[in-house]
Design a protein around this ligand. Structure first.
Ligand code: HEM
Length: 196
């Protein structure tokens, strides 16, 4: 796990988030691939339950008023409903509604949102994998499909909003911790949901 990079306040927030969580990202990436979620519909079902839990706990953040003031347009981005539709496509029951997480502050919530929105980039690769088991953006893999405007444009817009925020050093640290917590949550949930 990467140590929090100190004393480089001039780094844009998105760059610090990336630098301070790249080890977390790589461990999650390895765990996901090691779980072989695209081997069969059965294994993909575990992945969808994981995505349901992750996107479910953060869904409320996308509709939070204060966060929408910090990040205009945030309410248009959640993927929880698409995950639910994917579960229905595969004839799977909807798991219980996950309990919303309560990050320590709006700044910590920014880190959770960074983690979720960034995962859209890697989703390009995951989306391709789902085609091998006969799924696509209209059946079973809706939540991994690119936005009609493209993944890169969306990500650039999100990063520009993050980097445009005027945050104190303490607030930036809270955002980093939020992102680390989000990756930890994802990792722990994966271990809980996938069979050993
Ligand atoms: C097998 C699973 C995964 C693979 C192969 C993967 C792959 C990638 C790749 C290739 C990128 C960089 C894309 C680019 O710069 O154009 C990326 C970015 C990112 N991914 Fe993943 N990813 C995976 C899972 C996840 C998960 C589960 C999460 C979150 C829970 C996540 C969060 C992120 C974030 C936050 C970024 C943005 C990094 C940045 O540029 O700041 N990824 N991923």
């Amino acid at each position: 796990m990467n140590a929090i990079v100190q004393n480089i306040p001039e780094l844009p927030l998105s760059k610090r988030l990336k630098a301070d969580t790249s080890g977390n990202h790589d461990s999650v990436d390895n765990l996901v691939m090691g779980a072989r979620p695209f081997e069969s519909h059965e294994r993909y079902a575990y992945f969808l339950r994981l995505q349901h839990r992750f996107h479910g706990v953060i869904n409320g953040l996308y509709h939070d008023e204060a966060l929408n003031q910090l990040l205009p347009g945030l309410h248009e981005l959640p993927r929880f409903d698409a995950v639910c539709a994917d579960l229905s496509d595969l004839g799977l029951p909807l798991p219980e509604q996950p309990q919303a997480i309560q990050p320590a502050s709006s700044y910590a919530a920014l880190g959770w949102l960074y983690c979720a929105e960034g995962s859209n980039l890697g989703a390009a690769f995951l989306f391709k994998q789902t085609q091998k088991i006969g799924l696509d953006g209209e059946n079973g893999a809706r939540h991994l499909a690119a936005h009609p405007d493209g993944r890169a444009l969306h990500w650039r817009q999100f990063v520009a909003l993050l980097d445009g925020l005027e945050l104190s050093d303490a607030q930036r640290d809270e955002a980093i911790q939020g992102a680390i917590d989000a990756f930890d949550f994802y990792r722990n949930t994966l271990r809980e949901i996938f069979p050993a």
